[in-house]
Ligand binder design. Structure first.
Ligand code: CA
Length: 137
């Protein structure tokens, strides 16, 4: 099990890996606004857990496990943002998903995914829900 902070590192490394051939410590440091020594420390932990290959000052490469878990983390974040939009929350979707993602159980994430999938397949239900919200306000 990774800590929420380490999950965020892996999530960002995975995001970068989708658009960059080489992910570097400075990319992660800039994106997460964390000092280089802290990033390096986190990278060693991710390496010890088997998610990345990393040598000091070197490139960061995701292992097979790192790619799989990174993909899960990124899709979980997207799912929660979709969910927040679906329930018409007036929150900041990105910030709220960031706060929720580490604390929900897999069972709840799965249930939310089923609800989001169901609503996508049934736009009339989605509309009925939106109409209901308007009636409430
Ligand atoms: Ca995150």
């Amino acid at each position: 099990m990774l800590t929420p902070s380490l999950e965020d590192y892996l999530e960002e490394i995975y995001r970068f890996s989708l658009s960059l051939d080489t992910v570097r410590v400075t990319d992660i440091s800039n994106r997460l606004k964390v000092a280089l020594p802290s990033v390096t420390k986190a990278l060693y932990k991710l390496r010890d857990e088997g998610y990345i290959l990393y040598e000091r000052y070197g490139e960061i490469k995701l292992t097979h496990e790192g790619k799989e878990f990174g993909y899960y983390l990124v899709t979980r974040n997207q799912l929660l943002q979709e969910f927040l939009a679906l329930i018409c929350s007036k929150c900041d979707f990105a910030a709220e998903a960031e706060a929720m993602e580490h604390y929900l159980s897999t069972a709840t994430i799965d249930a939310i995914k089923t609800l989001v999938d169901f609503m996508k397949l049934n736009p009339s239900w989605q509309q009925a829900f939106k109409d209901f919200i308007v009636l409430q306000s």
